[in-house]
Design a protein around this ligand. Structure first.
Ligand code: GLC
Length: 480
């Protein structure tokens, strides 16, 4: 039996801020299912204050001790529960994780996640789960791989552990001033070369160097990040290590995102019987006090409002798009200028636009269920989950051909009555192309028969984890 331990900063349904949480909340169970008795997959994450009391009530304390980090000796508690048949371990430390508000973005993140990685590694023999594969996700877990190599490998109990490092977004690398190397990370000066890149400590760079395999969340992104346009400076490192670089497309949680059972949407529907989707549109129009009409296409944008998500393409064409008879619903928060723009857009088009400057998962699901067309014009996108969720809820995606968007959405066309593709796509990072493709999607939507056929095809596209879980198992096999 092969033991796999996922380590990462967030997982649904316990605590999450983005796509990483979706993945760590669903992929482990999928790998467990695909591997059956041949694998034992577990997950370790911090016990944030945001983890609800009902989950806490299900946890048992399985280990308590202290851990050394630099000169500090710090409490560690390990709690555990089972979710979807997978054991989740939680590293408990009030001082680091018992805080209100955001999960990360605190002044002492370097110390918090160094502690998390050290605590996780040090407890493994005592919780009786030293894995065959330590699978670390993003910069917050990078030090687990680095510490394993620098400090733990000499201990016979850890000697055989193989490591995988998955990049969910290369933009966030964990960069710090070199002075914290000894003081905060407890790493000897002699490893400065390994730990630094461009005169900064760079945790992602060091993890890429130390691990046995690097993966990222789509095949296209795996090749893009070897290019300086996408790499945020790490292309040299990735070119050097390209033999151990893999790209595996994410899936989505088919239980969590299921219009047939979703408890937060008004009317349930499926690819076989999509007609009831209309009732969700009506409900949202009522809730948002938009004109209640089923003959107007509802376009949605659910995103962080930042330029690399394509907001700088969307803003110049928004008013022009709204000259047409459409409705637009925006959900998300981000940079002030984009938030202000969305407010202004709603002011200028009160009968057509609603800008919800907030983030709430339930609201997002209501919008996915209500909307007809979903925009995702990202400049770069490691994988992207929203285009898959939108598809499952029967919205026609309009995406830019990059990263996982390119791998998951293929352009629609028809030859002799046969339909190909599952959305609208454009290649260049150009506002005109976004405008043109969005209009193409709107015109298609107005043709009822074609719309029905395409929406059904889109809803049936397989974005479940099945195939990808197998690919992870194959990648683990390559390590031995
Ligand atoms: C990050 C990426 C996103 C990806 C997600 C899960 O949030 O930006 O594209 O889908 O991680 O891997």
């Amino acid at each position: 039996m092969r033991r796999i331990l996922f380590i990462g900063a967030e997982a649904l349904p316990f605590a999450a801020t983005g796509g990483l949480g979706d993945v760590l909340g669903s992929l482990p169970a999928e790998i467990q299912q695909a591997g059956g008795e041949n694998v034992d997959v577990r997950v370790i994450m911090p016990l944030y204050k945001a983890v609800s009391d009902s989950f806490r009530a299900q946890m048992t304390t399985i280990y308590e001790s202290t851990v050394r980090l630099g000169w500090r000796q710090i409490y560690v508690g390990i709690r555990a529960l089972k979710y979807k048949g997978v054991t989740y371990y939680f590293v408990d430390n009030e001082q680091y994780f018992g805080r209100d508000g955001k999960l990360y973005g605190h002044f002492d993140d370097a110390e918090r996640y160094a502690y998390f990685c050290e605590a996780a590694l040090s407890c493994l023999p005592y919780i009786d789960f030293v894995p065959d594969v330590l699978h670390a996700h993003d910069w917050q877990a990078a030090l687990a791989i680095i510490y394993l190599k620098l400090k733990y490998k000499g201990d016979w109990r850890y000697g055989r552990v193989k490591t995988v490092f998955t990049i969910h977004n290369i933009e966030y690398q964990g960069k710090y001033d070199p002075y914290i190397l000894g003081n905060i990370f407890g790493i000897d000066e002699k490893h400065l070369g390994l730990m630094t890149y461009d005169n900064c400590i760079n945790l992602m760079k060091a993890a890429i160097e130390c691990c046995d395999m690097v993966s990222t969340v789509s095949p296209t992104y795996a090749s893009e990040i070897k290019d300086p346009t996408f790499s945020h400076g790490l292309h040299h490192q990735l070119i050097k290590e390209q033999n151990k670089l893999r790209g595996i497309l994410n899936g989505i949680d088919y239980d969590l995102y299921n219009p047939e059972t979703d408890p937060v949407i008004t009317a349930k529907y499926s690819a076989k019987a999509p007609a009831k989707k209309a009732a969700n549109k009506k409900a949202l129009q009522q809730e948002l006090a938009l004109p209640v009409r089923d003959d107007v296409p509802m376009v949605a944008l659910i995103s962080r409002l930042v330029s690399h998500k394509g907001l700088d393409l969307f803003t110049p064409i928004a008013d022009k798009l709204l000259e047409d008879d459409i409705q637009l619903v925006v959900l998300g928060m981000g940079d002030q200028n984009y938030e202000d723009f969305m407010h202004g857009l709603e002011e200028r088009h009160r009968d057509k636009v609603r800008s919800l400057i907030l983030y709430n998962r339930d609201t997002s699901k209501k919008i996915y269920a209500a909307c007809d067309i979903f925009l995702m014009p990202s400049k770069s996108e490691p994988c992207g989950l929203s285009q898959m969720i939108a598809s499952r809820y029967g919205a026609i995606p309009v995406v830019r051909e990059t990263g996982g968007l390119y791998d998951s959405i293929k352009p629609y066309y028809e030859v002799d009555g046969e339909m190909f593709g599952n959305g609208f796509t454009f290649a260049n990072y150009s506002a005109d192309e976004l405008f043109e493709r969005t209009n193409a999607a709107i015109s298609l939507w107005r043709d009822k028969a074609t719309r029905r056929k395409l929406v059904m095809k889109i809803m049936k596209t397989d974005f479940s984890w099945g195939a990808s879980a197998e690919k992870y198992l194959q990648m683990y096999d390559e390590l031995f």
